[in-house]
Design a protein around this ligand. Sequence first.
Ligand SMILES: [Zn+2]
Ligand SMILES: [Zn+2]
Length: 166
Amino acid sequence: MTDPQDVQKFLEDENRRAEEAGRKLEGKGRVGWHHYFMNIAHVVASRSTCDRKHVGAVIVRDKNILSTGYNGSIRGLPHCDDVGHDMVAGHCVRTVHAEANAIIQAARHGVRIEGADIYTTASPCWECFKLIANAGIRRVFYGEFYREQKVFEVAQQLGIELIKIE
Ligand SMILES: [Zn+2]
Ligand SMILES: [Zn+2]
């Protein structure tokens, strides 16, 4: 898909579908599990050290938190908040992203995440999506829609669900 109008329409359709999927999961009243974990992801994001975007991620199975992550520098290296961003082609590349850090934290602690869900405050970038897919995570709940066409196309092929939780 290369025509910008097709891409635009595809992304709008995907966002609408993901929103609808999220709405179907939860009714009104007491905060449901999906919002509960998404709220926690927002708290995790508050630890981010790159103010270009604060992102938090929580990996969950059977209503249990297995791991969390936020975007920050390589361990032991200075933070964007202290030394400024490391910009390459319009993106800050200093940080390890939240979803990657959540997967890494599970690896460091020997926690199995295959078949789990991930809650992330923004829909994953392509690099993180590849990690999520190969980690065996089957559902991605996201807050803010980050317009990465390839993620939404490939998720469909792989049968990975992308669901918006506001
Ligand atoms: Zn930065
Ligand atoms: Zn990412």
